[in-house]
Design a protein around this ligand. Structure first.
Ligand code: NAP
Length: 218
């Protein structure tokens, strides 16, 4: 079975590790401090969840770095490059600044594109960028299931991702090419601002509404 290597044990890393292991995917949760990942993994008590270093997590079949670009993510990943060349890389990054008021990247690029540019041999799939961390604890709002927008220029990698997420408690929307991450990441910046204004931060999400049109008979 496909192993997912998650690098980083913060809000997103731990929740994604829980979500994937609950649907039966083996996960290696990697940390800068292996003692920290070991403690977290022990606490979660999932048999298909293993603790490790970043090197060990980067050796998994599919990698998912869960750290911030502003914290030097690209530089941290650089020494691991050979371990994830050719693999599907699930990119969840939003290029927030330290105060979460803006992005550290200009409008004509995205975290996803920067990662693909820096690691051209990886197969980047952008996902979960629009999902704030507490939403993982309860992904439905009443009867409404949260959407996850998925972007990639690599159709096969997107397909591999969509297999992985079967039975996870979200609806996945194919949001097209990787450059659409510019919009998705900025949607998250906006939802953060709106959530603060209306008092529901950090439990909010986007839902794409629509009805299939009745096809006219020919
Ligand atoms: N928070 C959200 O709601 C949310 C939503 C969507 C996407 N994202 C994206 O997910 C990624 C992770 O977000 P997060 O909220 O999980 O972050 P976080 O809680 O701050 O955790 C980030 C993790 O990165 C690792 N790390 C590596 N180098 C670091 C450094 N120099 N300083 C601090 N931490 C470092 C740490 O794990 P170890 O110490 O174990 O190595 C840390 O726990 C970001 O790219 C963010 O944009 C977040």
């Amino acid at each position: 079975m496909t192993t997912i290597g998650i690098l980083g044990t913060g809000r997103m890393g731990v929740r994604l590790a829980q979500m994937f292991t609950k649907v039966g995917q083996p996960v290696i949760l990697g940390s800068r401090d292996s003692a920290r990942s070991a403690q977290i993994v022990e606490g979660l008590g999932q048999t298909n969840l293993a603790a490790g270093s970043y090197e060990e997590a980067a050796s998994a079949d599919i990698i998912l770095p869960a750290m911030f670009l502003r914290d030097g993510m690209l530089e941290t990943l650089e020494p691991l490059r050979s371990r994830f060349d050719g693999k599907v890389y699930i990119d969840i990054s939003n290029p927030f600044n330290d105060t979460y008021t803006d992005f550290i990247l200009p409008w004509d690029t995205s975290g996803a594109e920067q990662i693909q540019h820096r690691f051209p041999k990886t197969r980047v799939v952008g996902a979960f960028k629009n999902v704030w961390w507490e939403v993982f604890d309860a992904p439905t709002f009443g009867d409404t299931v949260s959407d996850v927008f998925v972007v990639s220029d690599d159709i096969e990698a997107k397909g591999a991702f969509l297999k992985l997420i079967a039975n996870t408690p979200f609806r996945y929307i194919d949001a097209g090419r990787l450059a659409n991450a510019r919009t998705i990441e900025r949607m998250t910046l906006l939802s953060g601002e709106l959530g603060q204004r209306y008092g529901f931060f950090p439990r909010m999400n986007y839902k794409l509404l629509g009805e299939a049109k009745q096809l006219a008979s020919t």
